[in-house]
Design a protein around this ligand. Structure first.
Ligand SMILES: *[C@@H]1O[C@H](CO)[C@@H](O)[C@H](O)[C@H]1NC(C)=O
Ligand SMILES: *[C@@H]1O[C@H](CO)[C@@H](O)[C@H](O)[C@H]1NC(C)=O
Length: 352
């Protein structure tokens, strides 16, 4: 009896397990692919760059023989596709050459063509970036390091992507961050008190899963759950905080570990807010100046504005904030919004 029913039982069990596997496969095997780890060569290359930047920055501006230093804002473009809003940014920068620098980290696989814009831009040596990996943290640190090395007058570092647009004129943003051009030299003296505009949040529903994305105790002992924070990737950092980030090693060793749960893996949304909230919570705004619309978000992507949604009212609405600053930038905008945005650039966006 037993001997005759065994094959049947085995095949039934096999059938049942295959059926269950089919049913639950999406949960067991998330559709996302495990990103490739950061190579030792890339890691050492970055470490060398970060070290160089911190050494160079310790040379005082006065030693460089600049008598009336004009602080600048470094715009850091992190991109993996064409910079479709280049004409809008060009209009934004027009006439302010002395007050900004542009650095672009373009993912090598994206083959971003050099912008046709007239403005000067530095394409920095880039490396591959992937979602659900620490490569975006590296790319952002690389942008900070290159900007610090390139020009000691860069005092603020604004990270934007190819989907970001400005919501105000350059003067408006410069004045809000640095003050009146007449007092700009003083900005160097007051540098130690410069605040960073970075979102730092706790008590978010997904935080627990994000904390254990590399394994239950993977972040210990360096980082407890209470210290773990989340915030928008898009920040404006002061120079002192940019340097602090380039010197950091301890948390980086944790954040660079591959995730086990790829669906909860967004290292770039945690590394910077966590580090700055541990190192200098008072020196940070805790909110971002880049507006984003999370209503009806899909797979971690926010609402993307389309051409028909663009209007002067939209710009005014997107600027409104609950902090003491109006929003400076907004995302995400689809490529076809460029034409309607250019139409209201001078009359609405850059009018202040
Ligand atoms: C945010 O996106 C939703 C659609 O997902 C849209 O209905 C709403 O108007 C948007 N809000 C703003 C302030 O643009
Ligand atoms: C400001 O705060 C109110 C009340 O919490 C909220 O409903 C609104 O969405 C906030 N506005 C922005 C622009 O964040």
């Amino acid at each position: 009896m037993l001997s005759s029913s065994s094959p049947f039982l085995y095949s039934f069990a096999l059938f049942l397990s295959l059926f269950l596997l089919f049913l639950f496969a999406p949960q067991f095997f998330p559709l996302r692919k495990q990103p490739s780890p950061i190579s030792l060569e890339d890691e050492l290359d970055d470490l060398h760059l970060f070290h160089q930047a911190t050494v160079v920055s310790s040379l005082k501006v006065s030693h460089l023989g600049i008598t009336h230093p004009k602080p600048k804002i470094a715009f850091l473009f992190l991109t993996n596709s064409d910079l479709v809003f280049a004409p809008l940014w060009e209009r934004f920068f027009q006439g302010h050459n002395q007050f900004y620098n542009i650095y672009i980290h373009a993912d090598p696989s994206s083959k971003v063509p050099p912008p046709k814009w007239a403005i000067s831009a530095n394409f920095i040596p880039a490396k591959r970036t992937e979602r659900a990996s620490a490569t975006l943290i590296s790319a952002e640190r690389r942008l900070l390091a290159r900007a610090i090395l390139d020009d000691p007058l860069n005092l603020y570092f604004a990270l934007v992507s190819q989907h970001c647009i400005p919501l105000h004129s350059f003067q408006y943003i410069y004045k809000s961050l640095i003050g009146n051009p007449a007092e700009e030299s003083r900005a160097f003296l007051s540098q130690p008190s410069h605040k960073s505009f970075i979102e730092i949040l706790a008590n978010e529903p997904t935080l627990q899963n994000r904390y254990i994305a590399r394994g239950k105790n993977a972040m210990l002992p360096e980082l407890t759950f209470e210290q773990f924070k989340v915030g928008s990737q898009f920040f404006i950092l002061s120079k002192r905080h940019a340097l602090l980030i380039l010197k950091e090693r301890k948390l980086w060793r944790k954040f660079r570990l591959p995730c086990v749960d790829l669906n909860s893996c967004y290292p770039e949304e945690h590394y910077f807010p966590t580090l700055l909230s541990m190192a200098d919570p008072e020196g940070c705004s805790h909110y971002t100046l880049t507006r984003v619309n999370w209503t009806d978000s899909v797979d971690g992507h926010p609402h993307t504005y389309h051409a028909l949604e663009v209007s002067p009212e939209l710009i005014h609405t997107l600027r409104e904030s609950n902090s003491s600053y109006s929003y400076f930038f907004a995302r995400k905008f689809s490529p076809e919004t460029l034409t309607p945005l250019m139409e209201i650039a001078d009359s609405v966006i850059f009018r202040d």
